[in-house]
Write a protein that binds this ligand. Structure first.
Ligand code: 8YV
Length: 308
């Protein structure tokens, strides 16, 4: 008898093939499984953004493991998992480079109008209208909120741009040459590009708020590859409309897949549908970890990348 798992998000065909061979896989399509099936489900495979909604978690009485295809655990109730003895795994390491690359790409796209220029040509405006000027990337003061693996790799990629690099984190790190700023408002005051690379969840909820955006100022931009919840989206829309800040490049949103209409209508906003880890190479490596964690769990072996 194959262990029964519930798959919340689709994964690459290569990974789904392996999952289907090893497990009895059921796909979550919005309806809770009926009681008989729910009782048989022992594992969940899900994405970092989707996590496991409380109503699904509560409907699975015999759940043993939640394998997250990502590094964010903010959409899974880890306390409940601990209390119920449910293991939780993530995919650390394998997505760091892609997410950091994406952050740099979003920054350049925003400051140098890449997405805008593309739209400009496709709308047959070239030769008829004038493109707005971009902003120089090199030499800027850069700030990073969150100096975990992803934050560090964004910083490494910023070095060749020859600006100054500041960071905010719950603690200062003595193994990096970047300047620690212990307060987010002070960090925003110092920089022109503010990268968000902190974990989501209640501790960071809306920490990028009106005060931080005002501190960033009319020449400043934010780049978010972390979680939409870190930014107060309403305050961001207001700051963009009132030109309190110059722009935003966002791969994540507060209520995905819903993106506020105001953000979609502004030319100084670059938007991307949560793609920072979405490359063939990385999704294969992530999916491999998801598969191996589930496989090891049901084989009674120690888990590769457990967080609970
Ligand atoms: C993925 C993520 O896009 O790592 C995370 O926490 O949100 C992303 O890498 C997601 O997990 C796949 O759905």
């Amino acid at each position: 008898m194959k262990p029964v798992i519930l798959q919340i998000e689709r994964m690459m065909p290569e990974i789904e093939k392996r999952l289907n061979e090893a497990f009895e896989v059921h796909h979550y399509t919005g309806d809770l499984p009926d009681t008989a099936l729910a009782e048989r489900i022992k594992g969940v495979a899900t994405g970092g953004g989707s996590g496991l909604a409380p109503k699904i978690f509560d409907a699975l009485p015999n759940l043993e493991i939640i394998a997250i295809n990502g590094v964010g655990t903010d959409a899974v109730d880890l306390e409940k998992a601990k209390a119920r003895g449910v293991r939780v795994t993530t995919t650390p390491g394998v997505l760091t480079n892609d997410v950091a690359d994406m952050a740099i790409g979003l920054m350049i796209s925003l400051l140098r109008n890449l997405a805008l220029g593309d739209r400009f040509i496709r709308a047959e405006k070239w030769g008829k209208e004038t493109m707005p000027l971009g902003r120089t990337v090199s030499g800027k003061p850069f700030g990073i909120m969150g100096l975990g693996h992803i934050g560090r790799n964004i910083a490494k990629r910023l070095v060749p741009f020859e600006g100054s690099i500041y960071y905010f984190d719950p603690r200062s790190h003595d193994d990096v040459p970047y300047v620690y700023v212990p307060n987010l408002v002070d960090l925003a005051k110092k920089v022109k590009v503010l990268f968000i690379a902190a974990s989501g969840g209640p501790k960071s909820l809306h920490t990028i708020n009106q005060e931080v955006l005002e501190a960033l100022g009319p020449e400043g931009v934010i780049i978010n590859v972390a979680r939409g919840s870190v930014v107060d989206e309403k305050a961001l829309v207001k700051a963009l409309q009132e030109k309190t800040i110059a722009g935003a490049a966002l791969d994540v949103f507060e209520h995905e897949p819903n993106v506020p209409a105001e953000l979609k209508s502004m030319d100084n906003v670059v938007i991307s549908p949560h793609q920072a880890s979405a490359t063939r190479e990385t999704r294969l490596a992530m999916g491999d970890l998801v598969f191996r964690n589930l496989e090891d769990h049901f084989a009674g072996k120690p888990l590769l990348t457990a967080v609970v």
